[in-house]
Each structure stands twice: as C-alpha cells, then as structure tokens.
Design a protein around this ligand. Structure first.
Ligand code: ADP
Length: 518
C-alpha cells in the first residue's frame, strides 16, 4: 500500500477537530478553563507534558513514517534513545509478521482516512524483545490543513494481555473439561455451571444457576453433603472429596465423584469450586460385582454343603458296614464335584476372556456329528425333556471342538433349566450361505425383548438377584458369545417375550453361526 503524496492530503471531514500539531491536539482536548487555560497557546507546556509522560510512548513522524520526535516514555517502552531513532522509519518498531502484512503503512492509511487509527498488537523493542502495545495514531495538519505527519501514542499492555490470555485459556479449559464444574456461594446457591453440566446432568448451565445445591442431592446423601459443606466452609482454602447422588434433569439420580474447594476468600473466585464426574456406571458395575461375589459364593456353597453331607453319610455307612449304599453316595459325590468343576471352569473362562488369554485349538470336523453326540449326551442326563436333533447334512468346519461343545452344552442346559418338564427341545443345523446355522429352540419361559442383547453380557441374569428363581451366575452366554465371535460367527436369540405368572411360556430360540470350510 502506498501513502498519498503529502500535498494531496487534506484533513478529512470528520468530527475530529483540525489540529495544528500534536501539542495543539492535546490543547483542544483539554478543559477550556482553570489551570490549563493559562497555557492554551503554549507549545512549551505540552512539549514538556508529553516529554515527561513515562508510561506512554509518544512520538511523531513525517508523512512517510520517519520519526521526528521521541518522548521519555518512548525511550522507556521501546528502549531506543531519541538520537538513535530520529529520522529512522517507525517500521523498526513493528514485528516481522506485521511488516510482512504492511501493518505499519495500513495504520497510517487508516489514520489518514478516518482521522485516527486505534489498535493493539505486538511491537518490538530495541533488544528485539516483544511487548503488547495499544496504539492510537492520528495525523498532524499544518495551518493549510495539509497533513504534516503523524503522532503515535503507545502503551505497554503486556501484563494485561497475558492476564487476559490466561483467563481465556483457563475459561476454555473449564468450558471444554469433561468434568463438570460449578461455583457455589456461601449459602449453597449455584452461581456458575460449566457447559458439561448439560451432558452430565441434563441441565443447561443457565437453568442450573440459582438452584440450591442441597435441593438436588439425594435424600440419603443430604446429611453427608451438608456436613462436608460445613467442614469446608470452616476451613478456607481446604478441599474435600465426596461421592454422592444428585438429581438429573430427567428425574433420576446419578452418582457423582467430586472435589469441593473453598475459595470464598479468594477475591478472584469468591466461591466454593466443585468439580464432579459421573461414576454411575462404575457404581453399577461395583454393585453387580458385589452381587456376583455373593451369588458365586452361594453357588459354590450349595455343592460343598452336599459334598459334606454325602461324605458324612459315606463315613457313617462304612462304619456301620452298610457297603451297599457306597456306590450311590460315591455317584452323588461325583455329581457335586462335577458341578463345582463346572463353576470353577466358568470362572476361569471369564477371567481368561477379561485378560485376553482365551486360546483355541482348532481342528477340522463335522459339526453335524458333534451335534448328534451332544444331544445324545444331554438326553442321557435328562429324562424330563425330549431333545430332538435335526442335522442330517454333514457340515465341515474348522474350530475348537471342545469350545463349540461347551457352547452347545450351555444352550441346552439353559433350554432344560428354563422350560417345563415334558416339553421338547429342538436342535437344528442348516446351511446359510458360507455359514453353518445352528439353533436351539425350547418351549420355556421365554425372554423379554429388551433383554435380548443384555443376556450375552457378563454377570447378567434376567431379573433382580432378590427375585432369583433359577441357579446360575449369568456367565454361560457371555462365554458362549466370546467363543462364537472369536470363531468369526454370530450368536443371538429370538423370543416373543417372557411369560408372566403361570401362563405357558413363549419359548426361546438361540442361534449361532460358524464359517463353513469351503
Ligand atoms: P445362567 O443361566 O447361569 O444364569 P447364562 O449366561 O447362561 O447364565 O444366561 C443368562 C440369562 O439369560 C439367564 O439368567 C436367563 O435369565 C436367561 N436365559 C438364558 N437362556 C434362556 C432360555 N433358554 N430361556 C429363558 N431364559 C434364558
């Protein structure tokens, strides 16, 4: 950008009054009475005034930007003496990037066009260090109203800029934090809520502010919350960790883990800062784990109690020389140890899955044969259900035979467990594109639709543990799903829903696929 030639420039028609020079500019801005009145026309007074300003760099340039005067403040702020800069172009005071973008010239051009140019930018000192300057540039006119040059006033606002940037940074950290942050006043009223409040608790920050925090806390946790608040209020600067339940906008309660810090005495904050994160899922898992441990102990205890009983009976009968009963008790003991082994094996499998250590030993075999073998084995153990196997077509697969056997045993055991006596269970094998499709259908209690996905989750037993009617730890389907998906197959269930009361069940059909050898 080229600045116009001096003679072509006249003062713009703006509200800014025409100024003879920098000093008369100052003069016109002064009150017209009192102390300054006596110096109205005194160039010397303003020269001294400008010269004495320490916190403002004030300098003048000619029309091309060459420096023609330099006050004490300019020396202090830019580091150059007047001697060093007189006659030099004021562009030396700009940072490289601004020079590249012609900012030095643009600033003068704006001042010419608009009567002044106001801005803030980085400037460069003599020692090449940078400072953040706020600038005011305005043109100087001679008596013919031709532009004679410019005056530039610069203040060093680096501290303010750093503080502002820091505040911006902190604000952005808070606003983008995945944790929720709220400020609470001395009376427990929320005065600020970060945007993440919406994601965590469903409230827009605006609707959250002004609510009393205690009104949102779950009744079971109100006391501990109050006590904790009291404790931090008594100790300015202190922090306290707390887990509590708080109301979500949807009316449910969520578990939060949080830290409250009393910064009421810090004038910059003047609040209790509370940050919180949703730990509902973790709490739920903890609860399920606790339930699982208690259920697992119960499951293990049942066969152990029977084992104790049978061994006592065995001992007693042996002492009484009733040897005929020994094979019966030995058989019962064997059944109980098998049950124990099954539970322990399942627990080991779950742990193997969790640690990624479940290994498979694959071999090529005919799935149809395996199905017939399993059905025969299972039918041998139960006389209360009829198990039918429809698997005529031979189907070759490469898989871990023992693990596929385990999946089918699981499905059949469940089918037996969850269906009434004298009903039929049907195992079917079909070809579906490049996959073998196996189904196990029963006429039992059925499974409600909303549970169809969950039952393949670890530790999942339909219904609450308190209303538990069937033994089991909810590990079988979880293990089965892992086995099938690790074999590149799929497993799912279809059922029209769970029967209520004594009504006949809708039945369930479990399906899984396995890739065929092609
Ligand atoms: P477990 O039977 O040991 O509880 P599973 O993982 O095998 O564990 O099954 C998980 C849950 O799925 C069971 O608790 C039961 O509620 C439901 N379920 C599984 N199979 C059937 C079935 N054939 N009919 C009805 N419900 C079933």
């Amino acid at each position: 950008m080229k600045l116009p030639h001096q003679s072509a420039i006249k003062r713009p028609h703006s509200k800014t009054p025409a100024h003879k020079d920098i000093y008369s500019t100052r003069l016109s801005n002064q009150p017209q009475t009192g102390f300054h009145e006596g110096f109205r026309t005194s160039d010397e007074f303003f020269r001294q005034l400008v010269e004495s300003l320490e916190d403002y760099a004030v300098f003048t340039t000619d029309i091309k930007g060459n420096i023609s005067s330099w006050n004490r403040g300019a020396k202090k702020i830019f580091g150059y003496t007047e001697k060093e800069l007189l006659g030099k172009n004021s562009s030396v005071l700009f940072v490289k990037q601004d020079l590249k973008n012609n900012i030095a010239q643009k600033e003068l051009y704006t001042a010419l066009k608009k009567g002044k140019s106001i801005g803030e930018r980085w400037h460069m000192r003599k020692d090449t260090s940078k400072f953040w300057g706020s600038n005011l540039v305005f043109p100087l006119y001679d008596s013919e109203k031709n532009v004679r040059g410019f005056t530039k006033v610069t203040r060093d606002l680096t501290d303010r800029k750093v503080a502002r940037d820091q505040e911006k940074k902190f604000r952005s950290v808070i606003e983008n934090s995945s944790d929720g942050i709220r400020l609470i006043d001395r009376n427990g009223k929320i005065t600020y809520a970060s945007p993440s409040t919406k994601r965590i608790l469903g409230y827009n920050p605006k609707e959250y502010v002004n609510q009393k925090i205690i009104d949102l806390i779950h009744k079971d946790d109100k006391k501990i919350y109050r006590d904790t608040m009291r404790k931090i209020l008594d100790n300015p600067g202190s922090s306290v960790h707390l887990t509590y339940q708080i109301k979500h906008k949807d009316g449910t309660y969520r578990w939060m883990e949080g830290v409250g810090t009393n910064l009421l005495d810090d004038p910059a904050v003047n609040a209790i800062v509370s940050n919180f994160r949703d730990i509902t899922e973790r709490k739920d898992l903890e609860r399920r784990k606790d339930e699982f441990v208690s259920m697992a102990s119960h499951e293990l205890k049942t066969p152990i109690t029977s084992l104790n009983l049978f061994t006592d009976m065995l001992k007693k009968n042996a002492q009484e020389k009733k040897y005929d009963s020994i094979p019966t008790f030995a058989k019962k003991i064997r059944q109980q140890t098998s049950k124990l082994t099954e539970i322990v094996n399942d627990l080991l499998d779950v742990s193997r899955i969790e640690t990624g250590k479940m290994r498979f030993r694959t071999e090529k075999f005919n799935l149809s044969e395996l199905l017939h073998d399993i059905v025969d084995d299972m039918q041998y153990t139960t006389h209360k259900h009829k198990i039918v196997c429809i698997a005529k077509q031979p189907m070759l697969i490469t898989a871990d035979r023992y693990r596929i056997y385990q999946v089918l045993t699981n499905l059949l055991t469940n089918a037996i467990k969850y269906s009434p006596e004298n009903t039929q269970i049907t195992v079917t094998l079909k070809k579906q594109k490049n996959f073998a499709l196996v189904s196990v259908a029963d006429k039992g209690i059925g499974i409600s639709k909303d549970q169809h996905k969950n039952i393949f989750d670890k530790l999942y037993q339909v219904g609450d543990s308190k209303e538990k009617t069937f033994p089991g730890l909810g590990m079988g389907l979880y293990i089965s799903k892992e086995i099938i998906t690790r074999h590149n197959g799929k497993i799912w269930v279809k059922s029209k829903g769970k029967s209520i009361g004594k009504k006949p069940g809708n039945g369930s059909t479990f399906y899984f696929t396995l890739p065929l050898n092609v």
